[in-house]
Every structure is written in structure tokens, then in C-alpha cells.
Design a protein around this ligand. Sequence first.
Ligand SMILES: [Fe+2]
Ligand SMILES: [Fe+2]
Length: 281
Amino acid sequence: MTSRNLQTCRHDPDVLKPRPGLPRVRDLIVDTAQFFKRYDPIEPCFASDAPQPEKKHRQFPTSPTGMVKESMIGRAVRRGLKIDMPRVVARTRNTVTEADRPLPAALIADLRTDHAGESGAVMIYRGILVATRDAGVRHFAQAHLATEARHLAQIEALLAPPHRSRLLPLWRIAGWLTGALPAWAGPRAVYATIEAVETFVDRHYAEQIVSIDRHDPGHSAPPLQALRALLQACRGDEIAHRDEAAALFALSGKPPTLALRAWVWSVGAGSRVAVKICRRV
Ligand SMILES: [Fe+2]
Ligand SMILES: [Fe+2]
């Protein structure tokens, strides 16, 4: 209100404006997609182990309204929510922070493969959507695309640009072809391909979680545990994608042809090679 953050019930409004910094949709309504894209990766930082209060969380205990003024955020988070604000801000800007530096090099390399993989996954579904008019496959691809785009945004927020794969354009093209080629062949080929890709991704994330546990056996390093939680969530989605694709393939009632089995094998082998390269480049 009048460019100040106030509770409307406690002050006389002069001018009502939509929240600044976000695209306006209509009247006072803003598009919050950008906000949540940045909020998702830092959401674990806001999780509190404290017991739920009876009425509401007071972000700044001495404030009569419970609201946080801009200048008080640092103090409020230190007292109440224990948020490392510079790190949160840095993360939303995709920069490497002091807190991120202790991440072991092996985990950074793993994250690079995740980032490349999720970039490829987004392109797989884009390729499918370009190549098919089948309503069932399109519905399947659109739903999966939304999930993969979220995974990509979450991992992108954790991995600073200098740590990303220099071969990203190649992974994107490979992903697009991995979706478009089977989509031209038909729905069965799409579902078999997705089952193969997600089987690989499930194992990849599972190995990475084991690796995190080796680096942090006590589950006491917040950056590693936040990363672990994110990977667990992504892995759950990938398993659901794999099972859905397998179930849709099974509906055809026919086993895969020799050509389809050869394609599926090449998808798995290609993914393994891509991960090995991506750890280095
Ligand atoms: Fe994914
Ligand atoms: Fe997936």
C-alpha cells in the first residue's frame, strides 16, 4: 500500500497497488509463478521443527502485528526462523555462497549430471509434443513436462552456472530426439522409452542419495540434507513416471519388438555414457 508493507486493517489506505516486482495479471492480482519458482528450492530453509503455535507464527516476536518489516528481516530470522538470509538470497540468484562451498566436489559433479538430466528430460517431453498428435500421449507428456520443469528449476537454483555442464546444448538435443523419435513411431515406443529413461534416473538418484549419506552419515549438514530431501522427492516423481509408462505400455498387451528392445537398450546405454561425460564436462 503506497509502496509500504502494511496490514490494511490497521492503517488508512491511500493507494492500493498490486504487489511490486511481479507481473500483473488483472487489478490487484499478480502472477506468482516466478515467486514460487524461486521459493521452491529454498523452501527447506523455512521448515521449522518448533511446535506449531496455537494462533500463528510470529516472524518477529516483538512486533505488535507479527509482520516483518524489510529492515527487520535479518534480526527476525536469526531470532525466530534461523534462516541464513544472505545464503537464501544468493541461492535465488543462482550464485555460489560460502555455505555452498563445503559441498564435496563429487556431489557438485553429481548435481551437474542431475541438472543436465533434468534439462534433457524437459526436452524429451517437448520432442514428444512436437512429434505426436495422439491425445493420450500428449496428455501423458504434458503432465510429465510440468514435473520435469519443476525438477529443473529446483536443481538449477542449487547449481551455480559455472558448475553446469558445458555440453548442455548437446544434452538438450539428445533429449529432444529421445522424445521425438519414438513419438513418431507410436505410443508404445514412447512409453517404453520413458520407462527405460526413468528406470535409469531412479537408480542414478538412489546412488546419489547413498553418496550423500556417505558424506554426511549423521544427517547433520543442512546443505546436504536439503539436497537429499530434494533428490528423494524427485526420485519419487521419477518412479511414478516409470510405473505409469510401464502400465500404459502393458495395456497394449504385446511384448516389445526386437527393434524396440534395441532402442530401449540404446537409451539406457546412452544415458550411462552421458552421465560419465557430464561428471567431467
Ligand atoms: Fe525429473
Ligand atoms: Fe521424470
